[in-house]
Write a protein that binds this ligand. Structure first.
Ligand code: DAH
Length: 452
């Protein structure tokens, strides 16, 4: 999130810019981005690999999950005008100055952002379009803007230098506070009837998260509450009801163009996932966009779509969103939430292994007898452990495919199907056979089974 400087130290800004400076020696005189040719200069640091991503337009390409999320969000904000095709090449004035970023804000550094040259860059957030969009929004209007955004960052399972955001904003006439309070009541009722757990935060704090000097609490608090309620109910409607209730928390935050400001996080796995930043837009920004700060208030938010899509679609690695592999694409349907099934690039190889359990293992469903001391013990987990122990990372999956009791022999037979797959290479048939034989030998040795 692009916060004010004191909110968070910005990682490795200096080393990064030194590195790019050296690379600049090889910068061509011009670069072409989305069909437009620009002169380069000492600020140029946009590599062709990143420039190529601008063509992808994932958020407007069905059945991509980011397109589905964009539409789900839009359906929650009825009557808001959508902007989904604004070009990613913007000026630093639009990206930073129009929002009141101080001249020395670390986000401006070449180490943090992609510059085509000193005068043009790739937007680092959808907020870059706030002022322009407000200009064409009528009084009391609302809008959404979804786009690809670019920041120089490390690459790991949850960070990629390109990602997507949806920005949203709503203008409210100060004369309409009673209407807004009634709407808030309605939203609160909806929340209390749901299974969502929401930890709220104070509307403001006089020192660390203040109201703007010109804002009276009665003309701004309903707007700030409406912001948090509209967003919380959005997540309530997007995340399908599950056995574990959705747990979100609001905390105060800092952005150069909002006050008070907030952040929303969602409980995911063992930690908190940052979903969005938002706040009450500063009067200065409102005035810059030809609205009247004396009679209008506005809330605005910006949320990361991959952060929402990863838990929602079960996508374990952010790089997958950029995949061209049809095994990614064909798993999705436009507008539907589906759980992604992981794949690797190499084909799987399956082997079935069938065996008699040792004489004396009790008939299934008569397990209570065995537990009572009759017969020979049999622990199914031993089976899985041995297969993994021998097959290692080549074993992707093991399924029990057959389990029967042979009356005449008085013996139980099992069969498992082992799926082998390497993440790094295609497995040759003899290698798979060899590992399967080793598994059979180990099962015989350790569990006294008889391979059939
Ligand atoms: N642009 C911010 C970011 O990328 C998020 C944000 C914060 C958007 C506050 C807003 C806002 O509209 O009011 O981190």
């Amino acid at each position: 999130m692009l916060k004010v400087a004191r909110a968070r130290p910005w990682r490795a800004a200096c080393t990064q810019s030194l590195r790019t400076h050296k690379r600049h020696v090889h910068t061509p005189r011009t670069i072409t981005v989305l069909g437009e040719t620009y002169p380069t200069d000492d600020y140029t640091n946009l590599p062709p690999t990143i420039a190529a991503l601008l063509e992808r337009r994932l958020h407007v390409t069905p059945p991509h999950p980011l397109n589905t999320i964009r539409k789900l969000i839009a359906s929650h904000f009825e009557g808001f005008k959508s902007y989904d095709n604004l070009p990613a090449v913007v000026t630093p004035e639009l990206n930073f100055d129009s929002l009141g970023f101080p001249p020395d804000h670390p986000g401006r550094a070449r180490g943090q952002s992609y510059y085509i040259n000193r005068g043009v860059m790739l937007r680092t957030h959808t907020s870059a379009h706030e002022v322009d969009i407000y200009r064409e929004t009528p009084r009391s209007g609302g809008w959404l803007c979804t786009a690809d955004v670019y920041r120089r960052d490390e690459i790991d399972r949850s960070h990629y230098p390109a990602f997507h955001q949806t920005e949203g904003a709503r203008l409210v006439n100060v004369a309409d506070m009673d209407k807004l309070k009634a709407e808030n009541e309605e939203l609160r009722r909806g929340l209390s009837a749901s299974r969502i757990i929401m930890e709220d935060c104070p509307d403001f704090d006089a020192i660390t998260n203040p109201l703007q000097a010109s804002h009276l609490p009665e003309t701004v608090l309903p707007v700030a509450q409406n912001l948090r309620l509209r967003i919380t109910t959005l997540f309530m409607s997007i995340f399908p009801p599950s056995t574990t209730p959705l747990h979100v928390r609001w905390t105060p935050d800092l952005f150069p163009w909002t006050s008070p400001s907030y952040q929303l996080e969602v409980r995911y796995r063992d930690g908190w996932l940052e979903l969005l930043g938002c706040g009450i837009v500063l009067d200065d920004t409102i005035a810059r966009s030809s609205h009247d700060p004396a009679s209008e208030r506005s809330w605005a938010f910006g949320m990361g779509l991959e952060r929402i899509a990863m838990p929602l679609f079960g996508v374990p690695d952010i790089r997958l969103f950029w995949s061209r592999d049809e095994r990614f694409w064909k798993q999705f349907r436009d507008g539907e939430l589906r759980t992604f099934q992981e794949f690797s690039k190499y084909p799987p190889s399956e082997r079935d292994v069938a065996f008699w359990l040792p004489v004396g293992v009790a008939k299934p469903h008569a397990a209570s007898h065995a537990a009572g001391g009759e017969g020979v013990g049999w622990e199914e987990n031993d089976l899985w452990d041995i297969i993994r122990e021998v097959g290692g990372d080549l074993v992707e999956d093991v399924k029990l495919i057959d389990d029967f009791w042979h009356e005449a022999k008085g013996r139980r037979s099992l069969a498992v199907r082992i799926t082998f797959r390497s993440m790094e290479r295609s497995l040759e048939r003899p290698e798979v056979n060899e590992v399967t034989d080793a598994i059979k030998a180990k099962l015989t040795e350790r569990l006294a089974v008889e391979i059939r």
